[in-house]
Design a protein around this ligand. Structure first.
Ligand code: GRF
Length: 226
């Protein structure tokens, strides 16, 4: 499947996807898009030889039109948001409904929006994590695909928690993209499907108990689903 990646800053999730895709014939990265000409991720995309588009995002409508034309130019079939800090307007989803995914650094539906780690610590939560979901008009509210659960430690600061969660983002996101590209996961009628079954709960990787074989399968570290 032809995949485009949109980012606004550091680009570490994009890097993990580019690295993983090197060994995955079903994931073909056809381009990267950013709204930020100073984004560190630009250098990462260049190093991987990925065509990079830097585009202005003046209004949601003009940004959206540019983004759509870039995706068409590249023949992209799946748009992966990896730290893309602009909200896509409703017009985007007239075409790109069910073909855009995002990663969010919390266990959605908890802590939509920004400053998730601060809010997790303020609430005294024992667990946090990250979520991969299809993107719909509802901000951080589209159907879930997969989550990694991460233990919150009593000594955690927002930065230490963010770093631990990010480590699992880098494993979860490429694996979920692979499941979409190979056709195992899809989107229909505002639901996530696992093959022909509605996925009522996301695929969960619980990192607190070590990673099981089944979890290794979902993260692409094993070819055996048991
Ligand atoms: C990640 O924490 C991701 O969950 C969120 O934005 C951050 C992007 O980081 N959506 P990076 O640019 O991929 O390093």
């Amino acid at each position: 499947m032809k995949v485009a990646i949109a980012f606004s800053g550091r680009g570490s999730n994009m890097e993990s996807i580019l690295e993983y895709a090197k060994d995955q014939p079903e994931i073909e990265i056809v381009g990267a898009v950013t709204n930020n000409k100073k984004a560190a991720g630009i250098e990462i995309a260049r190093n991987y030889g990925i065509p990079i588009h830097v585009m202005p995002w003046v209004t949601p409508e003009s940004g959206c039109s540019l983004l759509k034309s870039i995706l068409e130019t590249r023949d992209a079939e799946l748009l992966v948001l990896a730290g893309f800090m602009k909200i896509l307007p409703p017009m985007f989803f007239r075409i790109w409904n069910g073909t855009t995914v995002n990663i969010h650094p919390s266990l959605l539906p908890k802590y939509k929006g920004l400053n998730t780690h601060e809010r997790v610590l303020e609430a005294g939560d024992q667990i946090s994590g990250c979520s991969v979901h299809f993107v719909t008009e509802e901000l951080d509210g589209g159907p879930l695909i997969g989550q990694s659960i991460v233990q919150v430690l009593s000594k955690d600061t927002p930065d230490t928690l963010a770093a631990r969660v990010l480590d699992f983002e880098h494993r979860l996101y490429p694996a979920m993209i692979r499941l979409i590209c190979e056709g195992t996961i899809s989107f229909k009628d505002n639901n996530t499907y696992f093959r022909d079954i509605v996925l009522t709960n996301p695929i969960v990787i619980d990192t607190r108990q070590g990673i099981s074989n089944a979890q290794r399968f979902y993260t692409g570290e094993s070819n055996v689903p048991s």
